[in-house]
Design a protein around this ligand. Structure first.
Ligand SMILES: *Cc1c(COP(=O)(O)O)cnc(C)c1O
Length: 347
């Protein structure tokens, strides 16, 4: 039996990043208090800093992005309300139906267009009149980036204006909003303009081990704080984690451009392999169509080279701060070797 080499390159997600030595150093020395009493100075600094950078009155630190999205849905919507959301959106598809399960909030999912947007006409048509047959349309929830795609700024402006004109609030699942800001070359407060609230993941490409921040106005955050406690998200001496998040926001945003460049480099390399259909990525997420018969063998082959990826017919690869451009070249080479012999075997 062959022994697998250790994983050196992990392309499954940008959640896999390990805190750097510099990040660990600030975690180690962070001042802490009891955040449930509101007196952890580092958590308070993170929240103040996030609110300022994203242009909101207040912010709240929570253990995960699933929780910050849920807090937002619970704070914006009550029992019998609904939120309009994309079929592909994380808040609809990948959060266990939490808003419905825990908040009696009905999702109104709509198709996402090829660019990740939801057509304005579809949104307008889905907003229900005030009639007791219907749930109350209360919120529009968008996601940016979505599947690595950056929503066009003019679309965001139009969609959030439409929602507000029709009396809906707006929430942004901005798990990867910093990738969008870097790609567009705009400030964080510009890229979230039009949204009453935003959830931002610190634990993806920004490289923190844990945590998300939710930003909004003071009353909204007060309501979210109450829900966070109820959901068990009140953390005590959380300053060490907040220090990592603060470090991530202060140091790891501009470097996301390197991840985008690496995703492009990977796409360009894989596009040379004839049997693959490889999309050109906008940010750090790359999709490639792999012949179904090649998937299992490719996954094993990559693993033997220390490359961890989930190989499926519509394969997702994610670049992040623990993947270098030299790593990308190794991944391309591993694909090339595999498909050189795979093709020969199937001839
Ligand atoms: C990762 C992610 C979240 C939240 O994920 P957690 O793992 O709960 O932190 C939310 N939305 C999107 C789009 C994500 O990619």
């Amino acid at each position: 039996m062959s022994v697998r080499p250790p994983v050196r390159i992990d392309l499954r997600s940008d959640t896999v990043t390990r805190p750097s030595n510099a990040m660990r150093a600030v975690m180690h020395t962070a001042e802490v208090g009891d955040d449930v009493y509101g007196d952890d100075p580092t958590v308070n600094r993170l929240q103040a800093y996030a609110a300022e950078r994203f242009g909101y009155a207040a912010a709240l630190f929570a253990p995960s992005g699933t929780q910050t999205n849920l807090l937002a849905l619970l704070a914006h919507c009550g029992r019998g309300d609904e939120y309009i959301v994309g079929q592909e959106a994380h808040t609809y598809k990948y959060e266990g139906g939490g808003a419905a399960v825990l908040g009696s909030i009905q999702p109104q999912p709509l198709n996402n267009q090829a660019d990740g947007s939801i057509a304005l006409g579809d949104i307008a048509a889905a907003i229900k009149p005030d009639d007791f047959h219907f749930a109350r349309s209360r919120l529009l929830a968008l996601e940016n980036t979505i599947g690595g795609r950056v929503l066009p700024p003019a679309y965001v402006q139009a969609a959030t204006s439409l929602a507000h004109e029709r009396g809906l609030a707006t929430h942004l699942d901005g798990a990867r909003i910093c990738n969008a800001a870097v790609k567009l070359g705009v400030e964080l407060n510009e890229v979230v303009a039009g949204f009453d609230s935003v959830s931002v993941c610190l634990s993806k490409g920004l490289g923190a081990p844990v945590g998300s921040v939710l930003c909004g106005d003071k009353d909204f955050i007060k309501s979210a704080l109450r829900w966070r406690k109820m959901l068990g998200g009140g953390m005590r001496q959380a300053g060490g984690l907040a220090a990592a998040g603060l470090y991530a926001l202060e140091n790891n945003i501009q470097r996301l451009a390197e991840d985008h460049a690496n995703a492009q480099r990977l796409a360009a390399g894989l596009q040379q392999i004839a049997v693959l259909q490889v999309q050109t990525p906008q940010t750090n997420i790359l999709y490639a169509d792999i012949p179904a018969a090649a998937c299992a063998g490719l996954e094993t082959h990559l693993l033997a080279q220390g490359i961890l990826a989930r190989v499926t017919p519509h394969m997702r690869m994610v670049t992040h701060l623990d993947v270098s451009s030299a790593d990308i070249d190794e991944v391309i080479a591993a694909f090339q070797t595999y498909f050189a012999s795979w093709k020969a075997a199937s001839d």
